[in-house]
Design a protein around this ligand. Structure first.
Ligand SMILES: [Zn+2]
Length: 201
């Protein structure tokens, strides 16, 4: 068992990001058994949950003439428009039924503000508004993070890069992540994480 300074952070392993979901990552459900097994090594397990109001501004359905996966400009910068997904309280927003949620010390919900999306477990997409995760980790004395989950090139990527920038020792377990891979986004994400000092394992 690893020490209590070392946390496993499971990103957005929810039905909508798994096959059959609204924003499915190919093979997204296949990482679940491995994530459950990895939990046995960790004293601290943290889950994140994408959690949007039904009229969230990241949904293409809220932008006339726009289709999912098109870009738009938000006050905080460019934003991919997504199919409606992870709506608060919906079956799609629930964790994958096989994910062991019993081990979670903390479930951090993100993306609940209507006008701003939140990929990172640490900050909303303005890169300023905190989710509170940093404070939780610091006050518990946690300085090492292993990240797994969905999707490698969006929420896992932003979480890992922000964690590294904040000074945490971050390792990404690529075999326990799944990517959307939109126009080369996976390759760009891996390069960006490496540059930020994330250990790719
Ligand atoms: Zn989302």
């Amino acid at each position: 068992m690893r020490p209590e300074t070392d946390a496993l952070v499971v990103i957005d392993t929810q039905n909508d990001f798994c096959p059959g979901g609204a924003l499915a990552v190919p093979g997204g459900d296949q990482v679940v058994p491995g994530i459950n097994a990895l939990m046995a090594e960790f004293a601290v397990v943290i889950l994140t949950q994408d959690w949007h109001p039904a009229d969230h501004s990241s949904f293409a359905s809220r932008h006339a003439g726009k289709a999912p996966m098109e870009m738009t400009d938000m006050p905080y910068g460019p934003q991919v428009l997504w199919p409606d997904h992870c709506v608060q309280g919906s079956a799609g927003a629930a964790f994958h039924p096989d994910l062991n949620t019993d081990r979670a010390d903390l479930i951090i919900r993100k993306g609940f503000r209507r006008h701003i999306d939140s990929y990172s477990a640490f900050f909303e997409n303005d890169h300023e508004t905190p989710t509170g995760l940093e404070g939780y980790l610091r006050t518990r004395g946690i300085d090492r993070l292993t990240m797994v989950g969905l999707a490698t090139d969006f929420c896992v990527n932003f979480s890992a890069v922000d964690g590294a920038k904040l000074g945490f020792d971050v390792t990404l377990r690529q075999d326990l992540c799944g990517a959307i891979d939109l126009d080369g986004s996976l390759a760009a994400a891996l390069e960006g994480m490496e540059k930020a000092g994330v250990t790719l394992s």
